[in-house]
Design a protein around this ligand. Structure first.
Ligand SMILES: [Fe+2]
Ligand SMILES: [Fe+2]
Length: 144
């Protein structure tokens, strides 16, 4: 699991803050023991991750629209796919939905979630940094 580094900064503002929090929620999830009694805490963390991700994706798309980011349409599609994938991961970990034992479902999620965040972040979000850097004085106000 990745430690947050300064080179991961995109806007020195709300987007960075969200990325840092998304990464931290995943770290907390992965750190939970894979025992059945941990399932409610694991689900609660995943629900927080989902809520934050959903709000963050909207915010990031608003920023991209504001700067007329040329890759906005593709980026929006990626966000939609990430939400569906996260729903699927949550369903597997959730007792009511899952056909798997908690430990097995969590182990799968432990591997998928860091990739879920990092793959999109490095290939989709980081290129945005160059575009934002061309707009002096742009401040991304927090939505929360
Ligand atoms: Fe994104
Ligand atoms: Fe992002």
């Amino acid at each position: 699991m990745l430690e947050w580094r300064d080179t991961m900064s995109i806007d020195r503002g709300a987007l960075d803050d969200d990325h840092h929090r998304l990464n931290e929620l995943i770290r907390h999830f992965v750190a939970l023991p894979g025992e059945e009694e941990q399932r409610p805490r694991a689900i609660a963390l995943l629900e927080r991750l989902r809520a934050l991700a959903f709000r963050h994706f909207e915010q990031e798309e608003r920023v991209q629209a504001a700067i007329r980011y040329p890759l906005l349409a593709d980026h929006r599609s990626q966000h939609r796919r990430l939400v569906l994938l996260l729903d699927d991961i949550i369903a597997q970990v959730d007792e009511r939905e899952s056909a798997f034992a908690f430990g097995y479902a969590k182990e799968k999620a432990d591997h998928l979630l860091p990739f879920w965040f990092l793959d999109h972040f490095t290939r989709g979000d980081l290129p945005l940094k160059t575009h934002l850097a061309k707009i002096p004085g742009l401040v991304c106000a927090p939505v929360r």
